[in-house]
Ligand binder design. Structure first.
Ligand code: CTP
Length: 397
């Protein structure tokens, strides 16, 4: 397949600490192998170590990640090295796992517990691919397919599959029908409800930064998981305009703001803000996401038609967005407008110019002219209005 790379990959050029134990073998695994084969950049490398014990790892200078977790950090590269392990589910949600790591666990046993065939390949020191579950075939077929029934042991995988769809759908990837069935089955139980909000948010945030974030939501919908994980977004996901808007290239925070504006469009302004705050609390969305969503939902209508506003409206908008004191959101807000309006917004150049000019209104100068108290406030406002008016009539400002 043309899209798949072959030959010894650059990612293996620096093999770690020499491990002199002949029984110990180290393989690159997971996303790094997948993305190398896809010709995607590799940011994160995960390694699996077969035939080792925790003691041996510590002797070689690796640092343990946790007390009972068979994962170690390489002292120089900081990359993760996990002992080959099998997993058993012992509770609900993401954390309920019992691990079995021992030198006897084989690479194939480690790979079979993984989520998707394309994530269950390994690469040895010489660049050979070990692919017992046909991940390369599925890469060629562009299929997100689970490796084994063990997929169901971790409900977070439903959301991971949706995220991978957001990343790879533009290449033609789809979810294998049998995997979708499994995802629907997981959604029909109560497993998804036990996932922590932080973990779900992490996946959502990453999906918002992918090539086609709408595919994340559509895949969750297909799996009947949207109504469990993000019931507030159902209306927005049913709205084609919103899906098209968030599919345009933009910062993840901007896509989030556009999505929430649409999700709560039917409610009045005050209630909308409350709903956005509740959404962000429930889903543990960071303040940077929440604040932009709040500003965008309340001011987007005016901002997106900035050039049609009169002087008073322009000044009001600027004050509502607090742009004279904090203009760092301006680019993101304008980017949001470019997602939801077709017309090119000249506000992109006009608004920053206006802000620059407004910032030059000097209260000290007005005070020197004798203005104080309420009269000073009025005079500042008057001066600002005049500047807005000048911009409208085309006086060079
Ligand atoms: N994995 C899994 N089930 C999970 C999480 C991870 O089977 N719930 C396995 C997969 O083999 C995956 C590997 O662990 O490829 C590494 O996981 P992670 O680093 O989270 O994801 P990547 O697949 O590397 O993808 P990304 O590029 O998004 O980091």
């Amino acid at each position: 397949m043309a899209a798949l790379n072959s030959g010894k990959p650059a990612v293996l050029s620096s093999v770690p600490i020499a491990l002199n134990n002949p029984r110990m073998q180290i393989y690159l695994v997971g996303g790094a192998v997948r993305d190398t084969l896809l010709g995607y950049p590799v940011y994160d490398r995960d390694w699996v170590v077969v035939g080792a014990t925790p003691e041996l790892m510590l002797q070689q200078g690796f640092r343990p990640v946790g007390k009972d977790f068979p994962v170690f950090i390489h002292p120089d590269s900081g990359e993760e090295y996990a002992l080959a392990r099998t997993e058993r589910k012992s509770g609900k949600g993401y954390t309920g796992f019992h691990y079995h790591a021992s030198p006897e666990v084989t690479l194939e046993e480690d790979l079979i517990r993984r989520d998707l065939t394309i994530n269950a390949m390994a690469m040895d020191d010489d660049g050979n691919i070990i692919d017992p579950y046909n991940g390369q075939h599925d890469l060629q077929q562009k299929l997100l397919r689970h490796v084994s029934p063990a997929f169901s042991e971790d409900p977070l995988r439903v959301i991971r599959v949706a995220r991978f769809q957001a990343r790879y759908a533009h290449l033609g990837f789809t979810v294998a029908p049998e995997t979708l069935l499994l995802m629907q089955h997981l959604a029909a139980g109560d497993e998804l409800e036990h996932l922590t909000a932080e973990r779900v948010w992490q996946e959502f945030q990453r999906a918002l930064g992918e090539k086609t974030p709408q595919q994340f939501l559509l895949t969750l919908k297909q799996a009947n998981a949207l109504q469990i994980l993000f019931p507030e977004l159902i209306t927005a996901v049913n709205d084609q305009q919103t899906l098209t808007a968030i599919s345009k290239p933009a910062d993840a925070r901007v896509r989030f703001a556009v999505l929430l504006r649409s999700a709560f469009a039917a409610t009045n302004a005050e209630l909308r803000s409350e709903k956005i705050k509740t959404f962000c609390d429930t889903h543990r969305s960071p303040n940077a996401y929440r604040d932009l969503a709040l500003q965008f939902s309340s001011q987007a209508d005016q901002l997106c038609r900035f050039t049609q506003l009169n002087a008073g409206q322009r000044l009001e908008l600027i004050k509502n967005l607090d742009l004279l004191r904090r203009s760092e959101h301006l680019d993101l807000l304008l980017e949001g407008c470019s997602l939801i309006t077709d017309n090119s917004i000249t506000a992109k150049t006009e608004l920053p110019l206006l802000l620059q000019r407004l910032q030059q209104v000097d209260p000290a100068q007005l005070m020197a002219q004798g203005f104080k108290g309420k009269a000073l406030g009025k005079a500042i406002n008057q001066a600002q209005l005049q500047i807005c008016q000048q911009q409208i009539v085309g006086v060079s400002i």
